[in-house]
Design a protein around this ligand. Structure first.
Ligand code: AQP
Length: 332
């Protein structure tokens, strides 16, 4: 069976972008692949995290995965920091990746902003750690949202260079799995930036834990234009906010944007937004109920994570030993 690795940063509440762009796809893939799903807490600390908050976010993310339908018996669910081989392989990849490759990463530029001298070294080297996460398990496929495509290309470059330098096909060349109607969910306040946990405005995103009132209010206030919805997808060109809401509707309803337009062509947002809010509330309700149940039972969530850590270590240990051997680290 081919192996999947994918991760989420426990940097806050998961939002609809994380769900539609990543986690929902994991649920769909779990029967066809051996899957390893990770709360990437070492990635999270590349920017400041409150320690208590980080711990509780890590549990929350695990709970959200499980509540969304990721089966903890079938898959490995764990937090990255507890398998030290991630950090170890990341160091080795720091010595494989070239500065020029990292200089091209757009996520670093976006996250570091204008003041890149003050960004952490970890934020800069983030893609090397991500490559280590994946290749530590020799994963063959990585389901992600569109925003991670460039990092996966770097992961392929690292694997290729390592294989070339040590003259053996040690690492697979991973394939990204980017699919669904919502591979890049945009902010509700600005159709040109992606929905993100770290956006200062809570109104920019629908959190998986938002109650009905908040979801309805956020969608009602979502930025749009004054035009009615077109009859064809091509008519959404140049209307980023409208395209985003139609895409979210399609993803939640499991249909195409064209099918949404077939139902709403000629309608204004006064009609479309309440329909979207109702759909979002309806689809998230089941997940939220399960998340509440898991929140009341942190010991259960911790035991799932502990089991995941053990299983992940069991796969990682022989692979890191193999890497030590390949690169000439003495194993007395
Ligand atoms: N807006 C999005 N649309 C579709 N997919 C998305 N993903 C994230 N945002 C969107 C996908 O969710 C998975 C987990 O992402 P992450 O938590 O590792 O980091 P991120 O991509 O940096 O997400 P955020 O929400 O923007 O977090 P912060 O603000 O902390 O940086 C990935 O598969 C990602 O593609």
């Amino acid at each position: 069976m081919q192996r999947i690795f994918s991760g989420v940063q426990p940097t806050g509440n998961l939002h609809l972008g994380n769900y539609l762009g990543a986690i929902r796809n994991w649920v769909r893939l779990q029967n066809d692949y051996e899957c390893i799903f990770c709360m990437v807490d070492l990635h999270a600390i590349t920017v400041w995290q409150d320690p208590e908050q980080l711990r509780s976010n890590t549990r929350e993310v695990a709970a959200a995965m499980i509540a969304s339908g990721v089966d903890p018996h079938k898959n490995i669910i764990f937090n990255q920091s507890q398998v030290p081989q991630h950090a170890e392989l990341a160091w080795i990849f720091n010595c494989v990746a070239r500065l020029g490759w990292l200089d091209r990463m757009t996520q670093f530029k976006e996250k570091a902003g204008k003041d890149k001298e003050r960004a952490s070294v970890g934020l800069y080297a983030y893609p090397n750690l991500m490559a280590a996460d994946i290749l530590l398990y020799k994963a063959t496929h990585v389901p992600v949202g569109e925003d991670q495509k460039q990092h996966l290309e770097l992961c392929r470059d690292i694997a290729q260079k390592f294989n070339h330098d040590y003259k053996e096909e040690v690492f697979p060349i991973v394939e990204p799995l980017i699919f669904g109607e919502a591979t890049r969910v945009m902010s509700l306040r600005d159709g040109s930036s992606k929905m993100s946990k770290s956006d200062a405005s809570d109104a920019s995103r629908i959190n998986m834990t938002d109650d009905t009132d908040s979801i309805v209010k956020k969608i009602r206030k979502a930025r749009t234009d004054a035009e009615p919805l077109p009859s064809e997808v091509a008519g959404l060109k140049g209307r980023a906010e409208a395209a985003n809401l139609v895409g979210i509707y399609a993803a939640l309803q499991d249909c195409t944007s064209q099918q949404v337009l077939d139902d709403f062509r000629g309608q204004g947002f006064g009609t479309f937004k309440p329909a979207l809010a109702e759909l979002a509330v309806d689809k998230l309700a089941v997940i939220q109920g399960e998340m509440r149940r898991l929140r009341d039972d942190p010991a259960h969530v911790d035991s799932i994570i502990r089991t995941g850590v053990e299983k992940a270590r069991a796969i990682a240990e022989p692979i890191i030993r193999e890497i030590h051997g390949k690169i000439g680290l003495l194993q007395p």
